[in-house]
Design a binder for this molecule. Structure first.
Ligand code: SAH
Length: 273
């Protein structure tokens, strides 16, 4: 056997947004066969409990804003390579989908640099999970013809011209990782004259039994939701389509402020140096 054949393989897969049943059959098969599973914070514990092999090594490599115990990306890249070089079948399990606001590029670059074989399996991204479970069709006819997945996390790079265009577009806007600075997003969109017909929905813990949806007009945001801290993870949908929530909501709204996903500091496994 040459060294290439002794190397393991890495499967990078999306686990879906929360509801453990929203995982693909292909990812379940990969989970059953994996010898090592490197898992993000936003992956339902039930998924590992249901599908991981009993002797699989589970390594928690969660990341969380400003939180103790967050795993640096470089460590994750190194671990993937190390386990693969040991000849293991490695599964890198990420929340939602792999290609939406995940650091998959860094991981792919390390794998390619070390000539490690890999596969990518898609998952249901949070925007699509939230849209379905909140009854908000993102490109509903006569409401919107396109949808954009955005984040305000990189706020320093966004120009006023960019905000003006965002305020004027008919596209539905979905903001990931932005609820902590939502009042700034709203201030910019209203300053650039976003239509008062559009509403905003904050979907906390989408698709989980703790899903909570709150809707407001952007111009009444401060009165309705200003100063609130939203339960992580949460996603923001903005557009005319949000008006459909009232009529088409079907999933129980749960205002209990409990956490579905444990904070990284409570996840067991990897001890970081
Ligand atoms: N790759 C993931 C996104 C990772 S970025 C995906 O495709 O869904 C993390 C952000 O995703 C969170 O800050 C939040 O905005 C969003 N998110 C992930 N899961 C969510 C959930 N169950 N409910 C609401 N937002 C969620």
């Amino acid at each position: 056997m040459n060294s290439a054949q002794q190397r393991g393989k890495v499967i990078i897969a999306g686990a879906g947004p929360g509801d453990p049943d929203l995982i693909t059959v292909k990812t379940v098969k990969a989970l059953r066969q994996a010898q090592v599973i490197l898992v993000d914070r936003l992956v339902s514990e039930e998924i590992l409990a249901n599908y991981a092999a009993p002797d699989a090594e589970i390594v928690y490599v969660g990341k969380q804003c400003r939180s103790h115990g967050t795993t640096p990306q470089a460590t994750i890249n190194e671990l993937l390579v190390e386990y693969a070089l040991l000849g293991k079948r490695v599964l890198r399990l990420k929340g939602g989908d792999v290609s939406i606001f995940s650091n998959v590029l860094d991981e792919l670059q390390s794998l390619v640099a070390h000539e490690i074989e890999y596969e990518i399996i898609p998952g249901i991204t949070a925007a699509l999970g939230a849209a379905a479970y909140a009854g908000i069709p993102l490109t509903a006819r006569q409401h919107s013809t396109a949808v954009r997945f955005l984040t305000y996390y990189t706020y320093s790079k966004l120009t006023e011209a960019y905000w003006h265009e965002l305020a004027q577009t008919q596209d539905t806007l979905v903001f990931y990782m932005s609820s902590e600075r939502l009042s700034e997003v709203v201030e910019k969109l209203t300053r650039h004259g976003i239509s008062a017909e559009k509403q905003l929905a904050v979907v906390e813990q989408a698709t989980t039994p703790l899903q909570h949806v709150q809707v407001s007009n952007l111009y009444d945001y401060e009165k309705n939701l200003g100063g609130k801290t939203f339960v992580s993870p949460s996603l923001v949908i903005i557009g005319k389509v949000v008006n459909l929530h009232e009529e088409f909501k079907w999933f129980t709204n749960n205002p209990t402020r409990e956490y579905y996903f444990k904070p990284v500091s409570e996840q067991v496994g990897l001890v970081l140096q």
